[in-house]
Design a protein around this ligand. Structure first.
Ligand code: ADP
Length: 594
């Protein structure tokens, strides 16, 4: 580029210089020549008027030759021509050998108007002469023309000399001009090349500014505006890539699965959550047909509807075989996925669709739990209420006067009322705990005191079933941090359950151990045990392995649920290990009071 520009500039300068110099030379030569001719003419005119002041007296050839000889002393060639054009006398040639001069322009003009002049090549001498002729009218005879001529060779000689000088001057100017234009073209080409390299750098994404160099001119202005363009491009690109990084970071970190599908049903974009939900196996599925990546026909159907332009599409799907997960899907058409914003046409077919998958498994589970809860509560209330209503009506119908049964019926009514009260009480407690309104008054609680307090009341029930109760508590057991009343509820519930679900002549042991941070209290029995499938669920509200048995014993199915909440509110854990037919071990941990 540089060489091309350099040679173009250099050669143009050189050619221009040459043309200008040649034109000057030509013009100067012309001016000098015409100047010389004009002064020769003037000289001849005055010579003519001088010679004709004393004209030849007769046509006698000897007389004429004589006169011509005198006139030629001025240095000019003298020719006398008669009215037919015949040369009578010539100072430098033999008149008889000369051709007729009637056709010479200066001669014609002289006969016609009195004087004539011209410059032409002399046939006689073969060189260029300046001619001037004047008519001389004689009384009684035909007029003659006296013509004077001087050669132009003198002028031509000086013109040759001038041309030589001009040529030298031209060469000098050409050489120095060439050198200057060479240097200028070199500098100019180098600067242009620098700009070209800079713009190439910008195109490649390198926006470092160009350092200012050289004089202030259009090229430096161009460099300035290129610098400004580069700076603006840099800013814009940084802004755009920042925004892109931000949005891709947001999309990546979203728990919702997001994917963009183009009009050809190809996956344009998807986030990590999407690939996890749909188990997209290949590392980069972008650009692949949707149908290859997404196997769920409901989802594909919804996306296709969005691609057709349907708005506000929403649907729920369930995925997985062993572990089902529920997703709420939202699909929406995208109008201009790659078209420019200005060209948006509301009627145009969508150029793609966006689909968002929201995991609602937990939500659905909670909904189910709530529905189960309402059903359970209604069920729990129905039995005692029906019993109360039935026995009250029986009493009213006449059993009141039946001394054998009236008291028994009233006792049944009271027992059911107590059960209802307990149920309400437990529900209220649970509701308070779940609403986060449980008041825990933390203090230092001695586990030994807690265990002894609870077993005291249990002992009676144990004795009734001939169940042996064993307590193993190390003497230096550190105190725990907690609410003594709430912890008593927990332990009492575990002990009641142990008695409840252990057949007569069984064994229950209560023990406590302490680690560096926490203490663990365990209630183990030799009872009926809990099947493995139920062992996690017994902590749910109203969940009972054997509902009839529990209800018969006055259980509400809420005890373990409440106990678990209380232990967790203390920062501890409640768990169970059990073998059906052999017994259960319920344990809970509590942080030590330090
Ligand atoms: P309930 O009022 O029915 O005792 P809980 O929440 O205290 O309610 O217990 C839930 C269920 O867990 C009980 O119905 C019972 O099936 C089972 N369960 C609790 N403790 C024991 C235990 N020690 N041995 C066997 N099953 C138990």
């Amino acid at each position: 580029m540089r060489a091309r520009l350099f040679w173009k500039l250099g050669l143009t300068y050189g050619a221009l210089l040459l043309v200008v110099l040649l034109a000057v030379q030509l013009y100067t030569a012309r001016v000098i020549r015409s100047q010389a001719i004009r002064s020769a003419n003037d000289q001849l005119a005055s010579l003519l008027s001088l010679t004709l002041a004393n004209p030849p007296r007769s046509d006698d050839p000897a007389e004429l030759r004589d006169w011509t000889g005198r006139a030629a002393r001025s240095g000019a060639r003298v020719t006398i021509i008669d009215h037919t054009g015949r040369v009578l006398v010539d100072s430098e040639a033999d008149a008889d050998k000369m051709e007729n001069h009637a056709n010479r322009p200066e001669v014609q003009d002289a006969f016609a108007r009195g004087t004539g002049q011209s410059v032409h090549r002399s046939v006689t001498f073969g060189r260029e002469l300046v001619y001037r002729a004047q008519r001389y009218d004689r009384a009684g005879s035909d007029p003659i023309v006296v013509r004077l001529a001087v050669p132009l060779s003198q002028i031509d000689l000086s013109l040759v000399e001038l041309r030589q000088r001009l040529l030298i001057a031209t060469l000098v100017v050409l050489l120095s001009g060439g050198l200057v234009s060479f240097a200028f073209a070199r500098i100019f080409a180098a600067r242009v090349q620098r700009l070209q390299r800079f713009s190439q750098r910008i195109a490649e994404g390198d926006f470092r500014p160009l350092l200012r160099e050289g004089p202030r001119d259009e090229l430096s202005d161009l460099a300035d505006s290129l610098n400004q363009t580069a700076a603006r491009l840099d800013r814009e690109i940084r802004l755009l890539s920042g925004e892109r990084n931000r949005s891709s970071a947001i999309l990546r970190s979203m728990v919702e699965g997001v994917a963009v599908i183009d009009a050809e049903e190809r996956l344009v974009f998807y986030n990590r959550a999407f690939s996890e939900i749909l188990i997209v196996e290949s590392a980069n599925a972008e650009g692949r047909p949707l149908i290859e990546v997404v196997r769920n026909s409901d989802l594909v159907g919804l996306i296709r509807r969005a691609l057709r332009g349907d708005e506000g599409l929403q649907s729920d799907i369930t995925m997985g075989i062993t572990q089902t997960r529920s997703f709420s899907i939202t699909a929406a058409p995208v109008k201009a996925l790659d078209a420019p914003a200005s060209g948006r046409d509301p009627q145009a077919k969508p150029s793609g669709a966006v689909v968002v998958l929201h995991d609602v498994t937990e939500l659905r589970r909670l909904e189910r739990v709530r529905q189960d809860f309402v059903a359970n509560v209604s069920h729990e209330f129905k039995t005692p209420l029906t019993a109360i209503q039935g026995f009250a009506e029986t009493l009213l119908a006449g059993a009141l006067d039946d001394p054998e049964n009236n008291r028994r019926f009233l006792e049944i009514i009271r027992n059911h009322a107590i059960r209802l009260a307990r149920l309400t009480n437990d529900l209220l407690k649970l509701a308070r705990i779940e609403a986060g309104k449980m008041e825990v008054e933390f203090s230092s609680v001695s586990l030994l005191e807690l265990i002894e307090g609870c077993t005291e009341t249990t002992l009676l029930k144990a004795n009734r079933k001939e169940i042996t109760l064993e307590i193993t508590v190390p003497p230096q057991l550190p105190a725990v941090r907690g609410d003594a009343a709430l912890l008593r509820d927990v332990l009492q519930n575990l002990l009641d359950n142990a008695i409840q679900y252990t057949p007569a002549r069984g064994h229950i042991s209560v023990s406590a151990t302490a680690g560096p941070r926490e203490a663990v209290v365990t209630v183990a029995d030799t009872g009926i045990g809990i099947p493995l499938a139920d062992s996690e669920r017994i902590f749910e509200r109203f969940y009972r392995v054997d509902a009839a048995r529990s209800r018969e014993a006055g259980g509400t199915g809420l005890g373990l649920s409440i106990a678990k909440h209380i232990v967790e509110a203390h920062g501890g854990k409640l768990w169970v290990e059990s073998t059906v037919g052999q017994g259960s071990r319920f344990s809970f941990s509590l942080p030590l009071d330090s």
